[in-house]
Design a protein around this ligand. Structure first.
Ligand code: GLN
Length: 484
């Protein structure tokens, strides 16, 4: 294995600048590592030729002094971002042959900054799930223990960072899909504020919640990647037209006198794994040692966040997925009798069981007679959850929780019980529904040697706090090296 794979982002950038190695050599090392770790199934599509072309372009720009901020840095992209002329499947049979004629805003920005695209990573079909076990493209294995799940839905991107087959990666977080796999794979994952990064060209799941987010080995690297991903895009009506600060600006600054909120309703949740409760207590002690004050706060409506999320997300998914009708793009069933049969057969054969379940649930909650009882009610609950967070952030700077209620579970364990899988999102979905931002930082190991993550939550647009406070967790925890 090449020693280049061990280099942090800072060292990669300085090594490329000083010509200690070339972008082409670095890219080749990562492509070799993708081959070496192929049994983890982190990637759906490896874009070898494109990566080597990108690397050549980077070497030219490095030589002529026009290098971008991520020039030559190898990156993996969740296969939910449309990439021009590169197959984009969302891990679904219904998009198995879809080659977008356009590039997503975020991948365009990352590419303009000089990053080298290694490939498209595996995910739960259409980002629906917490296990990265899509029927069409197969399960991704956790590099720490291949019999365990990576979490999901962005499990391929998290696994690629953990097994050394990418230095940076892109995911999307609708209810925890960056943070939960980051926690299970021992890497850093961020759910930025809604609207910070454009959704244009990202395969839609639940549009009012979908948030592009970065994965990296360290807190600072994730901030540097977010610096590039974030920014206004006129093509996304919900994109925030605001200046993007340097998200690294507060890293390393003192936290003396800062206040850390612990939501008492979550703390009293008896279903939490005891080793996760220990991790949470250690997290509180760590911030106290750094001069912070622990404040017990209340988020009463957040206990409804999970059912509220699954109503809203399924409703939006049912609406968004109407476009896959076999007419415009993607898979079309054969041996059909008429137009209606074509729709039935195409959608029946093209979608996997979890996607079908959500379309059915979503159609139900939006249907005449049930709309007020479910969808409208959920929108009201969402407003109350957002109100709770606004109150809490008048008292504290950040909220600290674990990222997940358990460590990574065995692959297949959630297969027969979808509600058990939904429950794994109990600590992440309140963030999306509550319209706030959050980070997951590796903070310890389970008794069986699996990584565990702590989650920090900050008000919308206060991502720089996530990195400032997250850096303290990172620098006070001795995590073993990533398993490669
Ligand atoms: N696990 C959650 C779901 O299945 C979150 C997924 C996501 O964030 N994309 O909806």
């Amino acid at each position: 294995m090449s020693s280049l794979l061990k280099l942090s982002l800072d060292h990669v950038l300085s090594g490329l600048q000083s010509k200690a190695f070339s972008a082409t050599e670095l890219t080749q090392s990562y492509l070799d590592q993708i081959d070496r770790t192929s049994e983890h199934n982190a990637y759906i599509t490896v874009t070898k030729e494109r990566a080597l072309q990108d690397a050549k372009r980077s070497d030219e720009r490095l030589a002529n002094g026009t290098a971008g901020v991520l020039e030559g840095v190898p990156i993996a992209v969740k296969d939910a971002y449309c990439t021009k002329n590169i197959r984009t499947t969302a891990a679904s049979k219904i998009l198995h042959n879809f080659i977008p004629p356009y590039e997503s805003h975020v991948t365009q920005k990352v590419s303009d900054a000089g990053a080298v695209l290694l490939g498209k990573t595996n995910l739960d079909e259409f980002c629906m799930g917490s296990t990265t076990t899509p029927i069409h493209t197969g399960a991704t294995q956790n590099p720490w223990n291949p019999s365990c799940t990576t979490g999901g839905s962005s499990g391929g991107s998290a696994a690629a960072i953990a097994n050394g087959s990418a230095l940076l990666a892109l995911g999307t977080d609708t209810g925890g899909s960056v943070r939960q796999p980051a926690a299970f794979c021992g890497v850093v994952g961020v759910k930025p504020s809604y609207g910070r990064c454009s959704r244009w060209g990202v395969v839609a799941y639940a549009s009012s919640l979908d948030t592009p987010g970065p994965f990296a080995r360290s807190v600072k690297d994730s901030a540097l990647l977010l610096n590039v991903m974030a920014g206004y895009d006129a093509k996304d009506a919900t994109s925030l037209n605001l200046p993007v600060p340097d998200f690294t600006r507060h890293i390393g600054q003192s936290l003396v006198g800062k206040k850390i909120g612990i939501p008492k309703e979550w703390y009293e949740n008896s279903q939490m794994d005891p080793e996760i409760m220990d991790l949470w207590k250690k997290g509180q002690e760590l911030f106290e040692k750094n001069g912070c004050e622990i404040v017990h706060v209340s988020l009463p409506y957040s206990s409804y966040a999970l059912p509220c999320y699954y109503i809203l997300a399924c409703a939006e998914a049912a609406s968004n997925l109407q476009r896959y009708d076999g007419v415009k793009y993607g898979f079309r069933a054969e041996n059909i009798e008429n137009l209606e049969d074509m729709y039935f057969q195409t959608r029946g054969q093209g979608f996997g069981p979890e996607v079908k379940r959500r379309i059915l649930l979503g159609t139900y909650v939006l249907s005449h007679g049930y709309y007020d009882a479910y969808y409208n009610k959920a929108q009201k609950v969402r407003a109350m959850i957002q109100h709770d967070f606004r109150q809490v952030f008048q008292q504290v700077d950040v909220v600290l929780t674990p990222t997940t209620p358990t460590p990574a579970f065995a692959l297949g364990a959630a297969a027969s019980d979808p509600v058990a899988m939904y429950w794994n999102d109990v600590l992440t979905v309140p963030v999306n529904v509550g319209n706030v931002c959050a980070i997951s930082v590796p903070a310890g190991l389970s008794n069986t040697g699996l990584p565990l993550g702590l989650q920090l939550i900050a008000p919308s647009l206060a991502e720089d706090r996530l990195f400032q406070f997250g850096h303290i967790i990172e620098s006070s925890t001795s995590m073993p090296d990533l398993p490669f």
